[in-house]
Design a protein around this ligand. Structure first.
Ligand SMILES: [Zn+2]
Length: 160
């Protein structure tokens, strides 16, 4: 379990999610960006967030070395599937994707994407988490009406 704090929230990542990020990292020049959505649970007081699911890329997603666009319909299906299979506990929490870099810094396009995602309210949420998975670092952003607050953790070793 990986634990971090952003503002008044504690965010917990299960090993399952960390393993998905670790295994799908872009370690080689020829790899494409990969990504998906993250799901989990928010405590009633909204101070604790458990991230326990991360979707893996599907054939409908469009990706290249420097960009990733997830498929909208597929994401909606995953959200519904997870909701039912967890007895209504797991809900949409945000987005994740890889970067071909050691350091995890969201691009201006990432910021625009998350801003738009929050504003259009495609999925009803009070905040959206953004995970940028680099080779060594993991960027964790919490985005809401106040903007983005974030932490960067050294979640992975450089080679494995
Ligand atoms: Zn990005």
């Amino acid at each position: 379990m990986l634990r971090m704090e952003i503002r008044d929230k504690q965010i917990f990542l299960t090993e399952t999610v960390i393993d998905i990020f670790r295994q799908l990292r872009q370690l080689e020049q020829q790899g494409n960006e990969k990504g998906g959505i993250v799901l989990g649970q928010i405590s009633e007081d909204e101070h604790q967030i458990l991230v326990c699911r991360a979707s893996v890329p599907g054939s409908q997603d469009r990706n290249s070395r420097r960009s990733f666009h997830r498929d909208r319909k597929k994401a909606q299906q995953i959200i519904e599937h997870e909701f039912h299979n967890s007895g209504g506990k797991n809900t949409y929490l945000g987005e994740w994707h890889t970067h071909l870099a050691r350091e995890a810094t969201p691009s201006p396009r990432d910021i625009r994407m998350i801003t738009r995602q929050f504003a259009t309210n495609e999925i009803e949420v009070k905040f959206i988490l953004l995970f940028v998975v680099a080779q060594k670092e993991l960027f964790v952003g919490l985005f809401d009406a106040h903007g983005m607050s974030s932490v960067v953790v050294e979640a992975f070793s450089a080679s494995t």
